[in-house]
Design a protein around this ligand. Structure first.
Ligand code: ZN
Length: 129
């Protein structure tokens, strides 16, 4: 991908470039925590190719309907994803470390079901094939 000025947030890219959405959450991109279903632009980072190849993100269909978080303005591919984001990021009470761990495990389990990574596409797997 051609280098260009990165927007301040991956959500605030130029409108003429293809957008992507996070198939999974639980990672940071361009200094921002990413929640499952978040719509974003790739900012030209070194690992962009890998994020696509392994299935962390996928291209958003151009006319896809999206849903905005009323609190922070982040855009999501589905109402369920937006709700999960709201529950995780904008809750009134902070979680205890145990609750945080449980939430993280639940997220991992759900995402492994819904959007498994393409582990057959790691460099090591491809080299072995
Ligand atoms: Zn939000």
């Amino acid at each position: 991908m051609a280098a260009r000025n990165a927007p301040a947030r991956p959500q605030d890219g130029p409108s003429d470039e293809p957008r992507y959405f996070a198939r999974r959450g639980g990672f940071d991109y361009a200094g921002q925590p990413v929640d499952r279903g978040l719509v974003l632009w790739l900012v030209g980072a070194l690992n962009d190719e890998k994020l696509v190849r392994l299935g962390y993100v996928a291209e958003l269909p151009p006319k896809a309907e999206t849903y905005r978080c009323a609190v922070c303005g982040a855009e999501f591919i589905g109402i369920g994803e937006r709700t999960a984001h709201g529950d995780a990021r904008h809750r009134v009470r902070d979680l205890t470390p145990d609750e945080e761990d449980a939430r993280e495990e639940r997220r991992e389990r759900i995402e492994n079901d819904l959007a498994p990574l393409y582990l057959d596409k790691t460099k090591a797997a491809q080299a072995a094939a």
